[in-house]
Write a protein that binds this ligand. Structure first.
Ligand SMILES: [Zn+2]
Length: 366
């Protein structure tokens, strides 16, 4: 909500004319007029503009469900909507909606062309934010236009859903499923699931939803519709189990592609887990033994060929030891050969061999 201004509602006739002209040219709403424009300033600088909207007296209200002209019923409380900024100044719409009595739908809120449900942004503003969110990170978009991250997320979600409802999704052969993490911590609410079309001729966002559970992805696939899902030939995701399961169940015909970035990440995480656990055990046994693993975290996460100098000496000493961390690191390093294969004939047996070694190593969790 808005705070109080120093000079609330100072009316500026010249501004009023300009803003009204601009809004009428760019954002005319049939059946409604821009009635009054006020600007609010703080310390002499314009802070926000408020545009009060009124229904056209000569025109009937419309039902929000069927958009047919309908007699009025009663009045609701005044609402505000954030609109696209002008000259970088916040713009707000104010309007007091009516309820109407539609012969078919009963008593419902009247149709407001700039409104979508209970959202506090105009549809124009949501489109505006969603478009900027393709060029900036959502965080940046929120900062630049002084809205919450949630507002940007909701705008993208609305825009994508609108797109799904209004365009044909023919020729979607490849999709990518990914998770986006934001904020701190690993709570479910810190994640979003996004589904992209990643065909060469067309890359676009198809779905965004909160969380990263089976349910989230099921919702996403449902939004695409069974026809599109059945037509997918390649699905790319990371190794997050809920994604793997839902994709296998619903798009079983598609070849599931796990990308190198995510696999490498998981291998590194595994090495790190082994190192941490072993570190704890060694510290409990003897201080001297634990020294071997001290300050090795970042070295172990690098590719072997990139480790040089003193870090290399320490790594060599570690590899000569009988520590599990050393075995885990060797397994990770050995896996990098996999990416050099160009032929499935050779890559397959390598993968079998690697898996066999991992299963029969003393490393826990393999
Ligand atoms: Zn109706």
């Amino acid at each position: 909500m808005i705070g109080t201004a120093e000079k609330p509602g100072a009316r500026r006739p010249a501004i009023q004319l300009n803003v009204k002209t601009i809004l009428n040219r760019i954002q005319p709403h049939v059946g409604f007029v821009f009635h009054d424009v006020r600007w609010f300033s703080r310390q002499g600088r314009p802070e926000w503009i408020e545009v009060s909207v009124r229904a056209h007296t000569g025109m009937a209200r419309r039902c929000s469900r069927c958009q047919r002209p309908t007699p009025g019923y009663d009045q609701l409380e005044e609402r505000r909507w954030r609109h696209v900024p002008l000259w970088g100044i916040e713009v707000w719409f104010r309007y007091t909606p009516q309820r109407v009595n539609c012969p078919e739908h009963g008593v419902v809120v009247e149709h407001l062309p700039w409104n979508e449900g209970k959202r506090p942004l105009t549809t124009a503003m949501m489109g505006f934010l969603a478009r900027w969110a393709r060029r900036l990170s959502w965080h940046e978009a929120a900062e630049v236009f002084q809205v919450s991250w949630e507002a940007v997320y909701r705008s993208v979600e609305w825009f994508v859903a609108w797109g799904l409802a209004h365009r044909e999704l023919k020729g979607v052969e490849s999709i990518g499923v990914d998770e986006i993490h934001r904020g701190h911590g690993m709570r479910a609410s810190n994640f979003l699931t996004v589904v992209y079309q990643i065909d060469r001729h067309c890359r676009r966002l198809l779905f965004v939803g909160k969380g990263r559970s089976r349910r989230t992805l099921r919702q996403g696939l449902k939004a695409l519709g069974p026809e599109v899902v059945q037509g997918v030939r390649f699905a790319c995701s990371d190794m997050w189990k809920p994604y793997l399961e839902v994709l296998a169940a619903q798009a079983g015909q598609a070849l599931h592609v796990l990308d190198r970035f995510h696999i490498t990440m998981h291998l590194n995480q595994a090495v790190d887990q082994v190192r941490r656990a072993e570190s704890v055990r060694l510290r409990a046994a003897s201080k001297a033994a634990a020294q071997q693993l001290k300050h090795t975290r970042w070295t172990l996460l690098r590719r072997g060929s990139r480790v040089r100098g003193r870090a290399r000496q320490k790594l060599n000493a570690l590899l000569a030891s009988k520590l599990q961390t050393a075995r885990a690191w060797e397994l990770k390093e050995a896996f990098s050969h996999f990416w050099k294969y160009r032929s499935v004939t050779w890559a397959g047996p390598f993968l079998d061999y690697w898996t066999y070694r991992a299963m029969h190593s003393s490393v826990p969790g393999t």
